[in-house]
Design a protein around this ligand. Structure first.
Ligand code: ADP
Ligand code: MG
Length: 447
């Protein structure tokens, strides 16, 4: 008969192989990305939406003080950003708000009123004089079909958001209406940008070799500058030579899934969608671990004598807690578990490692796909601007990405730099606002 420890080890080694992204798997991901990117750019059926952003990279000389509103999956940040015109951006004031859960699933009007209230609090907190007009850039971390720099319709909510009467609507119009309801007409929305686009723009403002923006936070997504002649679905004569494409890579669907992925997807607010995001991003890693923990407890392989009901609530284990376990801070007390054995602690650390390693390897394979799409042999230097607490805080996450990049690209991987850009999505949208305003003023002068 197999003893207890052997049974645990057998379970964990099966788990490891179910979550493993081997080198051939990673190569398959790269190839599938190239196919889906090509289809998405041509307007054909694809799990990558490849959305034109109407924005190119900045030149680094943008200057002035701008306001930015960054609506993420978990946080709202309002920032005043100062650009010195010489590749330096400084945050002069910032207010952060953790988005209240009930606002995410309220009505659209209530959600946008809440966002307007956050902006109001920012003004109050920093004693900003409201006598003049403020130009605000709006970073919106959800898929939007953008029709111009200042308008775009929400395609579908992702992450935990479900607020009604927003899908299909122009989110700038919704924000503008909420600002009017709160008597803040002195704020004008100068630009609408996806958070990935903001991150790339911020990264390339600091460093001209930056040609990719990646989000690894509550959600995950990426963007890169594409040659206009390759964006077959929107041929625009006289268009600038490149435009940033928001890939919406969280929707990528060509990945090997396991039983936990399927359980998570079926019980999620958006079944069948955001398949890559559900295997990679911070919103879901804790939930994957919870499903594994419940399975192991039911089989008598973990926390013996404790009812699995302790872990029965959906999304009740957070990625922060799983990440803490990897760093040696267990979450057992949060669930009323005392006297946890060393074997159980080790099991949790293993689960944490297995889940985060798969996330990091998929994210890195996807980065390799985009870099080789732009530069097949990776002959140039590529700085990848990355924003998000998952990348920044999960122990070992960047190293795990670098390892698979080396396996995939060999020497070429040395020319890829993963650069964290804290608050990049907000700073970048301020830069986009600066460019928009500058172009607007120039147009006025020339007319
Ligand atoms: P947003 O997604 O709202 O822009 P962040 O980029 O800060 O915000 O990402 C927040 C997400 O990052 C959280 O939802 C969580 O999943 C993950 N996260 C937060 N703290 C940690 C941590 N210490 N370790 C790993 N992941 C974390
Ligand atoms: Mg964010």
């Amino acid at each position: 008969m197999m003893n207890h420890i052997d049974a645990i080890n057998v379970f964990l080694s099966r788990l490891e192989s179910n979550f493993c992204v081997t080198l051939p798997d990673a190569r398959t991901i790269v190839e599938a990305f190239h196919r889906e990117m090509s289809a998405g750019l041509a307007g054909k059926e694809s799990s990558l939406q490849m959305i034109p952003s109407f924005v190119g990279r900045p030149c680094g000389a943008e200057k002035g003080r701008y306001l930015a509103l960054d609506l993420g999956g978990t946080n709202i940040r309002v920032l005043a950003v100062e650009l010195d015109g010489n590749r330096n951006a400084a945050i002069r004031a910032v207010s952060r708000f953790v988005i209240e859960q009930d606002k995410m699933c309220a009505t659209g009007e209530e959600l946008f009123d809440y966002i307007a209230d956050c902006i109001h609090l920012f003004f109050k907190e920093h004693g900003v004089d409201v006598q003049r007009t403020f130009h605000l850039s709006f970073t919106f971390s959800f898929p939007v079909a953008q029709s111009s720099l200042t308008s775009g319709r929400l395609i579908a909510w992702t992450k935990k958001f479900t607020a009604c009467n927003v899908e299909g609507q122009d989110v700038v119009a919704l924000l503008t209406a909420a600002l009017a309801r709160r008597r803040m007409e002195f704020i004008r929305v100068a630009a609408l940008a996806n958070d990935t686009v903001g991150t790339l723009v911020a990264g390339s403002y600091f460093d001209p070799s930056c040609d990719m923006g990646v989000i690894l936070g509550t959600g995950t997504n990426a963007c890169y500058p594409e040659r206009s002649d390759r964006i077959l679905k929107c041929p625009e004569p006289g268009a600038p030579s490149e435009m940033i494409i928001n890939m919406e890579w969280g929707g990528f669907s060509q990945l090997k899934t396991n039983i936990y992925d399927r359980l998570l997807d079926e019980a999620s607010p958006n079944p069948g969608r955001q398949r890559l995001e559900k295997m990679v991003s911070g919103m879901y890693l804790g939930e994957l671990a919870r499903l594994i923990i419940v399975d192991m407890m039911t089989k008598g392989l973990l926390f013996c004598g404790v009812s699995p009901d302790v872990f029965s609530g959906q999304y009740l284990l957070h990625t922060e807690q799983l990440s803490g376990a990897a760093a040696g801070f267990d979450f057992f007390a949060d669930f009323g578990l005392t006297d946890v054995s060393e074997t159980d602690s080790r099991t949790i650390r293993e689960i944490s490692r297995i889940i985060s390693a798969r996330s990091a390897r998929i994210a890195a394979a996807a980065i390799a796909a985009v870099v080789t799409w732009m530069d097949a042999k990776v002959e140039r230097f590529h700085t990848i601007a990355i924003d998000g607490a998952l990348f920044e805080k999960y122990p070992g996450y960047p190293d795990c990405m670098i390892e698979i990049l080396h396996d995939l690209l060999g020497e070429g991987a040395r020319r890829i730099r993963l650069a964290p850009v804290r608050d990049g999505s907000g700073i970048g949208s301020a830069i986009i606002g600066a460019v928009a305003l500058h172009n607007h003023l120039e147009r006025d002068v020339n007319n």
